[in-house]
Structure formats: C-alpha cells, structure tokens
Design a protein around this ligand. Structure first.
Ligand code: FMN
Length: 193
C-alpha cells in the first residue's frame, strides 16, 4: 500500500491539503537537500508571526557527511539515532529569549514553534519531510555550541526526501506503516458562555 494513503488522514472538515499531508517519517531517501532549497525553507519559517515581530528563532544546521552532522547525531537519544542518521540535514531550532533590554521574551518558544510549522509546510510543498526531535542532550548542545543563557535549543529537526519503510529496522519500520491519529475537536475545545 502506498505509504501516504496510510499517513494522510480522513478529516471531518475540509482541511488545506499541505496540513494533512505533513507527517513525521523515519525513513529518508539518499537524495540530498541543496543549500538553496534549505534556505528557502528557512525563509518560509521567517514569515511566521511573532510577538512584537521579535523573530526569536535561530537555526544551526549540518548536512549528512560532515563532522558537524556526526556531532548533532551524537547528541540524539538512542531511540532517534538509528533512523535520524539517514536525514539529509539535521537542523537545531533555537528560541532566543533575549528581549534586547535585559528582559526575557516569554513568547520565544511559541514563536519558534510557529516558524518550525511553516518550515515543515514549505518543506512538504517541495516533497521534503521533517521529523522533530526533543530527544537529544540539550545541555551538551548548549556547551558544544557555546549558547548563551538566552538561547534555548528546543528541538532538532531531521529533514529529507521520503525513503522506503523497508530501509528501516524494527520497530521503526512498523511505525512507518502506522496510521496517524488526533483528538476530536470537541475533546480540546469548549465554548465559554
Ligand atoms: C517538539 C517535538 C518533539 C518531538 N520529539 C520527538 C523525538 O524525540 N522522537 C521522535 O521519534 N519523534 C518526536 N516528535 C515527533 C512526534 O512524535 C510526532 O510529531 C507526533 O507523533 C505526531 O505525528 P505526525 O508529526 O506524523 O503528525 C516530536 C515532535 C515535536 C513537535
């Protein structure tokens, strides 16, 4: 069965296709993402809304085959390493909470999430898929990259073109065939009267 026929959900309402078509794979093709293609994804991210247009997102990235990629890969938790090694690029997304006046921007992580969502949708538009990972050693990332007290490394993103599920070992292969699910709208919303 074609993988996307499992992964693209049937929705109750008529949702914009890029939204339903985005999903988080673990199998990536060998085809590399070019520097220019990646820059396009970052530009899409940059058009996210942010509190007072503070644009608190920062991205540090490494292409597969480089020492920097190996360094990022080493930071990953064991459950992420076996599949993330095939990503074309690993991107660390960082929320910079520096307000510029000594204060902390409490919306930095929110706005980074907005930017990451836009990055992933633009990626899907180009048939590139992303898989977010909070499963990495944040403290070590802060040390190695010499991040400031304001820079919060929130998640690593594995990006690449879609690969065949057969490339993966279990249990990752089965996850590639598992349908996606969500709560019903009524479960997480309520009208206030
Ligand atoms: C902030 C964040 C952290 C995540 N961390 C991991 C992770 O460490 N390992 C993993 O396999 N998936 C991780 N995921 C992926 C989620 O499990 C996935 O998005 C969720 O199951 C929904 O699936 P979908 O993206 O295919 O819709 C993370 C997602 C987000 C947004």
């Amino acid at each position: 069965m074609e993988i996307n026929s499992i992964k693209i959900p049937k929705t109750q309402y008529d949702i914009y296709p890029l939204i339903t078509q985005r999903w988080s794979p673990r199998s990536f093709d060998d085809k590399p993402i070019s520097e220019e293609q990646l820059a396009e994804l970052f530009e899409a991210a940059s058009w996210a809304a942010s509190a007072f247009n503070g644009q608190p997102w920062e991205y540090i990235y490494a292409f597969r085959g480089t020492e920097a990629f190996e360094m990022f890969w080493d930071l990953l938790k064991p459950g992420n390493q076996p599949w993330a090694k095939n990503a074309s690029v690993l991107v660390l997304s960082i929320a910079n909470r520096d307000m510029g006046n000594g204060g902390i921007n409490p919306w930095a992580e929110h706005d980074l999430g907005m930017a990451n969502a836009q990055l992933l949708l633009q990626a899907k538009h180009r048939d590139i898929y992303g898989h977010m990972m909070a499963g990495f050693d944040r403290q070590k990332a802060i040390e190695i990259l010499n991040l400031s007290e304001f820079q919060n490394p929130v998640c690593l993103i594995a990006l690449g073109y879609l690969g065949a599920p057969e490339k993966l070992e279990e249990p990752y292969r089965s996850k590639e065939h598992a349908p996606r699910n969500r709560k019903m709208v009524e479960e997480f919303t309520r009208e206030l009267r």
